[in-house]
Each structure stands twice: as structure tokens, then as C-alpha cells.
Design a protein. Structure first.
Length: 191
């Protein structure tokens, strides 16, 4: 019996398996065997354990609502908001907290999300999150948001541009990735 088929005890931030040790099917089996544990991929593509907090879940929901409300206006036809979706991007796998994607049906997408949002957990370093943002951009993502719930900030990454740190009443503009989208950073966090 391999690791994907067993129910195991994990520590937050623990690397479960290297990226070359796991197939997508193996990852799905691991998640199904351990429904109370939240697994993600780090910048290297390793499977890691994450323990999202209540604030993480709230911010994830608020981001999804803002993006979903904008999408429902018809601004970007045939695109949807996904939370915790799984992506197989060549030699790298990812599972962003929130993403803007076309409809893929039941298949695991093999193309990068148009926009990826990663919400910082206690076990994430900024170095790790920025490396993950770079990987998304390398695979074709047009915009990456790195959200810090403690600082109530969003760091925006776009191809060919310097990262932009935004807080409070700063307005995130969607640019080419999300034409016409705007939201104040403060609206992504609970009062």
C-alpha cells in the first residue's frame, strides 16, 4: 500500500511527497483517503500539508465572491471562478486557493489559470509564495495575487512587470487579464 492509499497523520507545512513521486491520480487518491487534511503544491511541485485558518477561508470566499460577481456580469464569457482546483501544468502541478478558468468539465486542466490567487498560510514564506507566482507566470497565468491576511495586503504579479504591493483603499485593476475589473483591497478582508 503506497502513501496515497493510507490515512496518515500530517503536520502543517510538511512535505508529503516530491513532485516526481506522485501522479495526478495518486494525489487524488491521497486527498480521498485523507478528507480532513488539506493538501497543496509548493513552488517545486511537492505535495505539502496546509492547515487553512478561519481567516484564510473567509478571505478565500470574499475573493471568490468579488471575482464571481464581476464574471457574472458577462465581462469575460465562458470563464468561471474555481476554488482549490487542481492543475497539471507540464512538470508542475498547482492548486490555487482561487482561480479564473474556462470550463474544463471533469478533466484536470493542463493549461494555467488566467488568474491565480494564493492566500498566505502560517507555513508559507514570502520566498515560497513568490517562487510559486513565478511558476504560474512561466506557465501562462496572466495575473497572480499573493494575499496576506495578517497585513491585509495583496501583492500583484504580472508577466514582465515588477510586483506591486497593495493595501487598504488601493484599487486592484484587472488590466488585460480581467478587463474592467476593479476592487479595493480592503473589500477582500472582513471588517
Amino acid at each position: 500500500m503506497d502513501i496515497a492509499e493510507r490515512k496518515l497523520a500530517f503536520a502543517d507545512g510538511m512535505v508529503v511527497a516530491g513532485h516526481s513521486d506522485f501522479t495526478i491520480d495518486g494525489f487524488v487518491a491521497l486527498v480521498e483517503a485523507n478528507p480532513d487534511t488539506h493538501f497543496k503544491f509548493n513552488a517545486a511541485g511537492d505535495v505539502v500539508v496546509m492547515s487553512p485558518t478561519n481567516i484564510h477561508a473567509i478571505v478565500q470566499g470574499l475573493v471568490a465572491i468579488e471575482l464571481g460577481t464581476w464574471l457574472s456580469s458577462g465581462a469575460l464569457p465562458a470563464f468561471y471562478v474555481a476554488t482549490d482546483g487542481l492543475f497539471a501544468l507540464g512538470d508542475w502541478r498547482s492548486r490555487p486557493d482561487v482561480a479564473i478558468v474556462p470550463h474544463f468539465g471533469k478533466i484536470i486542466p493542463r493549461e494555467a489559470p488566467r488568474v491565480a490567487v494564493e492566500i498566505r498560510s502560517e507555513s508559507n514564506s514570502w520566498r515560497e509564495l513568490r517562487a510559486k507566482a513565478a511558476r504560474y507566470l512561466q506557465h501562462g497565468t496572466q495575473m497572480v495575487w499573493l494575499v496576506d491576511t495578517d497585513a491585509r495586503s495583496v501583492e500583484i504579479h504580472r508577466p514582465g512587470a515588477a510586483a506591486l504591493m497593495m493595501t487598504g483603499d488601493d484599487v486592484i485593476a484587472g488590466g488585460d487579464a480581467l478587463p474592467g475589473f476593479q476592487v479595493m483591497v480592503s473589500e477582500l478582508f472582513p471588517d
